[in-house]
Design a protein around this ligand. Structure first.
Ligand SMILES: Nc1ncnc2c1ncn2[C@@H]1O[C@H](COP(=O)(O)OP(=O)(O)O)[C@@H](O)[C@H]1O
Ligand SMILES: [Mg+2]
Length: 141
């Protein structure tokens, strides 16, 4: 487990980019942290680091965004999902099997179900207006 402190959005993007360089196909990344913590910012960095060319945006309404590139990246927001079936129907497991890197914001919503998954777990906690404490488990940067 490693703890990082960022002092701007761009530092969080850079940390995501750094993590991306260590990822292999089919890796799952589970985020916890409330609204405005910086999960989407971190995912923007992951997409950059994976060489994805599609623009990153919050998948809150779409549930999942898929970014094409060298290493495809499926970016989920589980905020509006409730049941295990919701996850399946959204293609969560299909993307993993296909070898995409899969990241999920609001993994809190599926804490029990996802507890068994092998995953990199990232929690982001605001410590000030522009500062965040980012804890990464399951990866070494
Ligand atoms: N250190 C930081 N890291 C990430 N975002 C930050 C940071 N400091 C301020 N922010 C701001 O916090 C907000 C994070 O938004 P976003 O990434 O969409 O969060 P989430 O996806 O967790 O809801 C943005 O407005 C961003 O500019
Ligand atoms: Mg978000």
């Amino acid at each position: 487990m490693s703890v990082y402190h960022t002092n701007s959005r761009s530092e969080t993007v850079a940390l995501g980019c750094r993590l991306a360089k260590t990822l292999s196909p089919g890796t799952l990344i589970l985020f916890t942290g409330g609204l405005g913590a910086g999960k989407t910012a971190f995912c923007e960095g992951i997409a950059q680091g994976l060489g994805c060319t599609d623009p990153v945006s919050s998948p809150t309404f779409a549930v999942a965004n898929y970014y094409r590139g060298q290493q495809p990246f499926a970016h989920f927001d589980l905020y509006r999902l409730q049941t295990p079936e919701d996850l399946e129907v959204a293609g969560f497991y299909d993307y993993l099997e296909d070898g995409a890197v899969v990241a999920a914001e609001w993994s809190e919503n599926f804490a029990q179900l996802l507890a068994q998954e092998k995953a990199i777990r990232i929690s982001i906690v605001p410590t000030g207006e522009n500062s965040r404490e980012i804890t990464i488990e399951g990866a070494s940067l």
